[in-house]
Ligand binder design. Sequence first.
Ligand SMILES: NC(=O)c1ccc[n+]([C@@H]2O[C@H](COP(=O)([O-])OP(=O)(O)OC[C@H]3O[C@@H](n4cnc5c(N)ncnc54)[C@H](OP(=O)(O)O)[C@@H]3O)[C@@H](O)[C@H]2O)c1
Length: 297
Amino acid sequence: MIKTVLITGGSGGIGKQTAISLAKEGFHIIITGRSLKSCSEAVAEIKNKSTNENVDYIISDFNSLKSIQALADEYKKKHSYLDILVNNVGVLKETKEFTDDGIEKNFAINVLVPYLLSILLFDLLVKSKSGKIISLIGGMPLRKIDFQNLQAEKNYLGVVTYSQSKMVMMTLMFAFGKTFDNTNVTSNFCYPGQASTAMTNALTPKMFPWFLRIFSPIFSLFKRDLINDNGKSAERASQSTIYLAISPQAQMLHNSYINYKNKKTDIPKLVLNAHNQHHILKYANQIINDRLGINIS
Ligand SMILES: NC(=O)c1ccc[n+]([C@@H]2O[C@H](COP(=O)([O-])OP(=O)(O)OC[C@H]3O[C@@H](n4cnc5c(N)ncnc54)[C@H](OP(=O)(O)O)[C@@H]3O)[C@@H](O)[C@H]2O)c1
């Protein structure tokens, strides 16, 4: 059976490079992107660079939890199993924004989407011999999770809010991963490293804490070097996902964290903290229940 991989955000950035590499390995690739244009252009490029014709897309803008339900439904209409789900889409915004269903975007897209999509597609991952969930991490290290500010209720600052959302996602997915007993499904995390993509090219000094803004001239030079690198840095940044997807050494990993050099790295203490896991699970499940009427026990 041909192995299938669903890559969210496979129409651009690191996700597209991941799609090209896995297409070269013979996978049936299904990417998501927000528009017909971005998806069809990416599919053409992936086919061209890989010489694999088995590349499809599902258009999906992650602007509500209902759109994630629709994405899962569309995948299920066309496919009876899923070998790998790559939770690649992530957002980093200059100002606080909300999805159509009123959830702060870092929390909705970086935290709830990977979790909800993994839940909705779990039965298809179970049907694979070795279903895998791979979730991309990013941002700065943190000392604590501020439970009063999960949706930036108290304050919003681009990279800080983004970093917390990635840590919260890891905690939520780690807690979810603990429930996979008696299945062949694994869930792992990878840090891709820095790459020139739509996300990083849109970074502005305003997204950083004041003490980091003084480095913005240096940062601009660094960014200038990265821009227009023709996907080279994104290709490099796709390597940790590829490692988790196909490397024989990675096949036994579960709830593990791989850095950009494909080295197993300690799971942060904040993520291992049982209180944090419990709190975030309860909070996420409540929102999903409120918005979609799905009761996750
Ligand atoms: N780039 C880095 O240096 C870096 C570093 C650390 C971690 N990461 C993480 O790596 C992952 C990929 O990053 P990237 O830099 O490749 O990101 P990116 O350039 O923003 O990714 C672009 C892809 O995401 C899709 N996308 C963007 N916003 C979306 C939304 N609201 N709803 C649905 N799809 C959306 C785009 O669709 P369209 O093509 O239709 O626009 C495109 O397919 C993210 O999780 C990020 O946090 C990146």
